[in-house]
Design a protein around this ligand. Structure first.
Ligand code: NI
Length: 408
């Protein structure tokens, strides 16, 4: 849902401090540069080079090559008396999509596009790093800015954690944001608890016995078996999941056969499962297997099921969600303001960081209908209102100022 009541640019900028407002053209420039040179997961070498060049230029301590293309920047505050460590995470990768926007900064890499806004995430993180490097007196302890590869898959968060991104100094809490075209510019979506869903994937091959389309009694028809399975899988959510909880089972691909009059020997399906409650871990795999096995057995077919858990649900810590919410309320002073109970069945590997340390992931509204910037994420015409970049930096910086204080 995208509202047509959009706040004006001035309204959005009024809560942004002058130093960050001045940075706005630079944020736009970095974002557009990244947008022109999108890179897929674990191949973000140009992106990593730009990040490293700027961090070096600004004299910011950093570690490169973390989980291949990741970078961790370390900023030390000058306030004395406490030593909190806050992590800020930004994902960097693009998608295998051919951009259809005709903007001057459109993708120059054929078939690859920043269609999810991760170019903006990097620009916001860079702006935050720059600001904090210029104002070390405004915080105590340490801020670690984690530039993470491959969020869109296969997932860069886990390897970054395994490479020690949260260690030495040990991160106490972590925050991160996603520019979000499901919300208008000038809003922030945040909640405690489950924010985004667990992502699980399955591949299933149904094996029957092929034959003549006119003589089905001589065959075991994998198409009929698959049709039964697709329907029965929907009953898992409808009949095994508490109606007050949310889950999705989607079969996204189903392939079998090649002729009008031939019953094939095999059918293949792929799908995804989503849920918020971590208690469902393992449950859908078990039920899927039971349903598929039962139907195949009753028709005399066999199956191979491969099932994997990609990302756990994104679960926000109460204290950290309250911190982000209070800051967002102060920064987005628009009538729409902070959108409570914002959730999506989309997934995110920010969840791995949030399993390690308390934290908060939130959505920063970035759609603007009046500028035709409201296409959904992963659409070939996705683009967002760049005013959100400055808002993102302001929110991150205020989070640092509130979390990393000497009084802690
Ligand atoms: Ni994304």
């Amino acid at each position: 849902m995208v509202s047509t009541h959009f706040p004006t640019l001035d309204q959005n900028l009024s809560s942004i401090r002058l130093d960050i407002r001045t940075l706005q053209p630079q944020l736009v420039e970095w974002r557009r540069l990244l947008h022109q040179r999108p890179e897929l997961g674990f191949r973000e070498t140009l992106t990593a080079k730009l990040i490293t060049r700027l961090l070096t230029e600004w004299g910011i301590e950093h570690q490169t090559g973390v989980a291949q293309t990741g970078t961790v920047a370390i900023l030390r505050g000058m306030q004395k008396g406490a030593d909190p460590v806050l992590g800020i995470r930004a994902d960097m990768d693009a998608l295998p999509i051919q951009e259809e926007n005709l903007v001057s900064y459109r993708s120059q890499h054929d078939g690859i596009m920043h269609a999810c806004g991760h170019d903006g995430h990097v620009a916001i993180a860079l702006g935050t790093a720059y600001y904090l490097s210029q104002h070390p007196d405004r915080f105590a302890g340490t801020v670690k800015i984690i530039f993470q590869p491959a969020e869109e898959g296969p997932g860069g968060a886990k390897p970054m954690i395994e490479s020690g991104a949260l260690k030495d100094p040990d991160v106490d809490a972590i925050i991160g944001l996603h520019l979000w075209n499901n919300l208008p510019l000038g809003t922030v979506g945040v909640r405690e608890g489950a924010m985004m869903a667990a992502v699980e994937l399955f591949d299933c091959t149904i094996r029957g016995k092929g034959g003549h389309g006119a003589m089905p009694h001589q065959t075991v028809d994998p198409i009929v078996v698959s049709a039964q399975i697709v329907n029965a899988l929907q009953a898992i959510v409808a009949r095994n999941v508490d109606p007050l909880k949310s889950a999705v089972v989607t079969v996204g691909s189903l392939h079998a056969g090649h002729a009008h009059n031939v019953i094939p020997a095999m059918a293949q399906m792929q799908g995804t499962v989503r849920y918020f409650d971590p208690a469902f871990e393992g449950f859908f795999q078990q039920r899927l297997e039971q349903v598929i096995a039962g139907i195949c057995q009753s028709y005399g077919a066999t199956y191979e099921l491969s099932y994997r858990s990609l990302y756990p649900p994104v679960i926000n810590d109460r204290t950290m969600a309250n911190l982000v919410r209070s800051i967002a309320e102060a920064v987005v002073e628009t009538p729409m303001g902070v959108v409570p109970e914002c959730q999506t069945m989309g997934g995110e590997d920010m969840s791995f960081f949030l399993k390690e340390v308390p934290g908060c992931y939130f959505f920063l509204g970035s759609a603007n209908d009046s500028k035709d910037l409201a296409y959904p994420h992963h659409h070939p015409r996705f683009d967002f209102d760049e005013t959100a970049l400055g808002l993102g930096v302001e929110i991150f910086v205020r989070c640092v100022e509130k979390f990393c204080t000497a009084q802690k």
